[in-house]
Design a protein around this ligand. Structure first.
Ligand SMILES: Nc1ncnc2c1ncn2[C@@H]1O[C@H](COP(=O)(O)OP(=O)(O)OP(=O)(O)O)[C@@H](O)[C@H]1O
Length: 433
């Protein structure tokens, strides 16, 4: 039995891989590493934000935590019990104590059922009698800002925001200890969004319920959550107090996410510009740090006489070639091209922002060679040249999570005390750019 001071939920090395199969024998040809070694704890009554781009694995973490998906590795403990081992009464109690609110309330509400019946359904499943059910439903409807009479109406009679209130009421009727709210406000317009957030916040305090808040909106998480965990391609890259992590992120990926908040000043937004836009597939994640092909603070593995800004430009060139993200004017069509369409190496260099001669002769030679290959339409040869000339430490070494100065952890080689590269904020990225 766990104590009140223990976390409500502990996730250890959680892994959820989905097999990719081919042919009628469904032979496994690969795996989608949707969640790949995620650990965190959720305290009682806290709001923890789980953020990251689409496809980073947030929903998979949330569903695995609720026992809706079976992990392929690692464990989830809820109030001291392993979720994967629950059965009978213990499993029923876990289902009552954990609830899910989804993005689109229409997915949670049966259009043919009156709202009162929908909200009461979890109570019916748990064997609560009708008189008691009606009293509880009336109470929760009022607490989410609706009236007792609304119980007799149908979902289509309500607005999007009201329907989300109803699905929150439905989550609350069993008096849960944990609500997982998966993008609960992203389908709503801005004004309704803040009403629903204010409601969730009030409910969290009134019911002393923990909320795992899944979102890609950092602004909302900063306002609503006590702590935040940032995911990238199935891994947790940074976590800590939401205010600290989001106002002063240590991980370059958190900076990239943060730069998408429109309220930030332009200098700060440029700091978080990724080298490439393409997010790699979780079935084939990059080696070392998974963020390295996009990371504006990627660390060189060889000594080059280049400013950080120029290093970043050559790294961006390298990874843009690999991600097939070069502008059309930077790639020739190969043999048979007419003079009018021909691409010159100087065009390539202009298009990737490397027009001037580089101070480092080896780097210059590689850029000349890669530009010539691209002008001749041979992107594969260009990629090979750039891979060899501009290797990074981050593709060779996997970062381990280290303590952040203000609490929490960050998994980035620049913050590893054994790395000599300066932390991002001290020159790892170039503030003037
Ligand atoms: N049942 C499944 N079978 C195969 N792959 C899956 C399955 N469910 C999710 N995935 C893959 O796992 C990865 C993580 O998906 P997930 O939905 O957890 O990400 P997310 O961060 O919640 O994204 P979003 O914000 O778009 O919901 C994605 O690449 C997704 O395509």
């Amino acid at each position: 039995m766990s104590r009140q001071s223990d976390p409500l939920c502990v996730v250890r090395d959680l892994e959820k891989h989905y097999p990719i199969t081919r042919g009628w024998l469904r032979r496994e040809v690969g795996r989608v590493r949707a969640v790949d070694g995620v650990s965190f704890a959720l305290e009682r009554g806290e709001a923890l934000g789980l953020v990251g781009e689409s496809g980073s694995g947030k929903t998979t973490v949330a569903h695995t935590l609720l026992g809706l998906e079976t992990p392929t590795g690692g464990t989830v403990e809820f109030d001291g019990d392993l979720v994967s081992e629950l059965s009978g009464d213990a499993e029923r109690s876990f289902r009552r104590r954990t609830q899910l609110v989804v993005q689109d309330p229409d997915d949670a509400l049966d259009p043919r059922m009156r709202v009162g019946e929908s909200v009461a359904e979890p109570l019916r499943v748990h064997g609560i009698n009708r008189v008691r059910r009606e009293a509880i439903v009336a109470d929760v409807l009022e607490r989410v800002g609706l009236g007792e009479d609304d119980a007799d109406r149908y979902p289509h009679e309500f607005s999007g925001g009201e329907k989300q209130r109803i699905s929150i009421a439905r989550a609350l009727v069993t008096n849960p200890d944990l609500i997982v709210a998966d993008e609960p406000t992203s389908a709503l317009d801005a004004r309704v969004r803040s009403d629903i957030l204010a409601l969730l916040d009030r409910i969290r305090r009134e019911f002393d319920v923990a909320i795992l808040f899944v979102s890609h909106d950092l602004g909302v998480v900063e306002r609503f959550c006590d702590r935040v965990a940032v995911m990238y391609l199935g891994e947790l890259v940074e976590r800590g107090r939401a205010r600290d992590v989001l106002s002063d992120p240590d991980h370059p990926y958190t900076r990239v996410l943060r730069s998408s908040i429109p309220s930030l000043d332009p200098t700060d937004r440029r700091l978080g510009r990724p080298l490439t836009d393409t997010v790699p597939e979780p079935s084939d994640p990059p080696s070392g740090c998974r963020f390295h092909p996009r990371c504006p603070a990627v660390i060189p593995a060889v000594d080059l006489d280049l400013s950080h800004e120029t290093w970043r430009d050559v790294a961006a060139f390298r990874f843009a070639v690999r991600a097939d993200e070069l502008p059309p004017e930077a790639v020739g069509d190969g043999p048979g091209t007419t003079d009018a369409d021909a691409v010159a190496p100087t065009d390539v260099r202009r298009a990737v922002g490397l027009e001037g001669e580089l101070a480092d002769p080896d780097a210059e030679r590689a850029v000349v060679e890669a530009a010539a290959s691209l002008a001749a339409g041979d992107a594969e040869a260009a990629a090979a040249t750039l891979d060899e000339a501009f290797p990074t430490r981050c593709e060779r070494e996997s970062p381990t999570a280290v303590e952040r100065e203000t609490g929490g952890t960050v998994a980035c080689l620049r913050h590893d005390p054994t790395t000599e590269a300066p932390p991002v904020a001290d020159g790892g990225t170039d503030r003037e750019r």
